[in-house]
Design a protein around this ligand. Structure first.
Ligand code: PGA
Length: 258
């Protein structure tokens, strides 16, 4: 059985003081990850150190970055390496979020380089994929996502593949209040798992967590998490308040123990 992963993507929100207050608030609601559930929050770079420190009061809480660079060092102004992240206790990293693809020219090629670099540094890559509204309307969403998964994981070894987390985030559902229906999510997650079994094998594909992202919130989390191939969520807006994040964790705990 795959553990559910309830991940929050804070995007460009929450400074140091807000991050500290968030974890203090969250630790009043939960002291540990429920059985069968793993927790992850991804703050901005400048809040990572304080997040690692204050999150330690919650057992099973992991801290991730929202990006990394694929080189080990050098003249890349403004960038951060994988080892700089792991040095301060970061364990996960989001790769190829649709906002990075849209505003910062990330491609399946850079996603692939970053994924391999994260794995080399023992960081868990959370590789984000998902189609645009036009692509869903023109019925090309499966081929778009297949290409993102295949090229994103190119040359990732069989032994590393099971460490990867995939986040399926239909771009039309991100920050819009519109979510994929549980049927749409399950259909795509199943498709991704089938593609993973072709790239690797069934046993490996069964180990890889596939998260759903795109307006997941307290109202729809339980239903989305009940889909057999939905192994958690990547949550933006609804992860910014400890109360709503904790409510989604609660929905996951009920699902994990059902
Ligand atoms: P949202 O963001 O939950 O606010 O839609 C999800 C994401 O972008 O990861």
């Amino acid at each position: 059985m795959r553990n559910l992963l309830i991940a929050g993507n804070w995007k460009m929100n929450q400074n140091n003081a807000e991050t500290k207050a968030y974890f203090e608030g969250l630790s009043e609601i939960i002291s540990e990850a429920p059985a069968g559930v793993e927790l992850l929050l991804c703050p901005v770079y400048t809040s990572l150190a304080v997040a690692v420190e204050t999150a330690s009061s919650i057992t099973g809480m992991h801290i991730g970055a929202q990006n990394l660079h694929f080189e080990d060092k050098g003249a890349y102004t403004g960038e951060i390496t994988a080892s700089m992240l792991s040095e301060i206790g970061v364990s996960h990293v989001l790769i190829g979020h649709s906002e990075r693809r849209q505003y910062f020219n990330e491609t399946d090629g850079t996603v692939n380089l970053k994924t391999k670099k994260a794995l080399d540094a023992n960081l868990v890559p959370v590789v984000c994929v998902g189609e645009l509204l036009d692509e869903r309307k023109s019925d090309t969403h499966f081929s778009v996502v297949k290409k993102q998964v295949t090229e994103g994981l190119k040359d990732v070894s069989l032994s590393n593949a099971s460490k990867v987390v995939i986040a399926y985030e239909p771009v039309w559902a991100i920050g819009t209040g519109e979510t994929a229906s549980p049927d749409q999510a399950q259909e795509m997650h199943k498709f991704i798992r089938t593609e993973l079994s072709k790239l690797y094998n069934e046993e490996t594909a069964d180990k890889i967590r596939i998260l759903y992202g795109g307006s997941m919130n307290t109202g729809n989390a339980a239903e989305l998490l009940s889909c057999s191939d939905v192994d958690g969520g990547l949550i933006g807006g609804a992860s910014l308040k400890p109360e709503s994040y904790a409510e989604i964790i609660d929905a996951a705990a009920k699902q994990a123990n059902s």
